[in-house]
Design a protein around this ligand. Structure first.
Ligand SMILES: [Zn+2]
Length: 98
């Protein structure tokens, strides 16, 4: 006689900050629109608890609007990160072009 653990959510999600796979039940939901209470038709992104702890202590002035401004449908993660790096380096000085 054994009990199925099917009632637990054993799916994993990928932390959007560090790329680690974490159990969904251990992950923190991250809503890029900043409105976790409206769950309709939404897909949440996830952070592992380590990264979630980290971002809480960091200033993120304008980060959401920046991210939303460079995000568009069909953008690969690589392209997105590229644009993001461009956008943040705009304010921090020109990037070194190897
Ligand atoms: Zn993480």
């Amino acid at each position: 006689m054994w009990r199925s653990r099917r009632n637990r959510d054993r799916r994993t999600v990928v932390c959007i900050a560090c790329g680690d796979s974490v159990l969904r039940e251990d992950a923190r939901e991250y809503d890029k629109e900043g409105d976790r209470w409206d769950r309709r038709d939404k897909e949440f992104e996830h952070l592992c608890t380590d990264c979630d702890d980290e971002i809480c202590h960091q200033p993120r002035d304008g980060l959401e609007s920046l991210v939303l401004s460079i995000e568009s449908d069909g953008l690969s993660q690589e392209e997105f990160l590229d644009r993001y790096a461009d956008a943040v380096s705009d304010s921090a000085g020109p990037p070194e072009d190897g």
